[in-house]
Design a protein around this ligand. Sequence first.
Ligand code: URA
Length: 209
Amino acid sequence: MGGVHLVDHPLVQHKITLMRRKDASTNSFRRLVHEVSALMAYEVLRDVGMHEVEVQTPLERTTGNVIDGKKLVFASILRAGTGILDGMLEVVPSARVGHIGLYRDPKTFVVVEYYFKMPSDLHERDVVVVDPMLATGHSAIAAVDRIREYRPKSLKFVCLLTCPEGLAAMGRAHPDVPVYTAAVDRQLDEHGYILPGLGDVGDRIFGTK
Ligand code: URA
């Protein structure tokens, strides 16, 4: 079951607007990425599996539900995915983490993988792929293609922002993968940036510009 899930909670929308400001400092931008990602995790993990455990309260024995965080994998597309990853790990610290490094060959425009490391037994795990911007969709599609080779139990894609072009590309390539986003912006520019967007999210998180 794919589709687009717009996380339109006022707290998320408020923080995305603060992030759009050109003059947000690296510190504040990075903090906002963490906060938005942690808030988005609530929606992304709404249907995560739970099991019942017995607990002893100070007064009596009872039962409660817990999630199995170890069965969950956050798969971060390097390098900007790290920002979302950190925020999501704050709310699910026991989750496993995968990394995939991709770049676009400047001559051929083909997506080249330079790093791939996922937890073992992906077929038993629910995988959430994270990358802040679903723009052209090239990296997202390549990452999902690759992770799919391991037949994960389920697969979701989470970004902060996307655009009609990115959603269309992802929908064509992986119609069954749900996309969670805080906003669908107007369009892509000729350099593959989302408008009005957030600018280069990697540079803004890491202060590399
Ligand atoms: N990557 C970014 O960092 N920003 C965009 O707008 C698109 C891709």
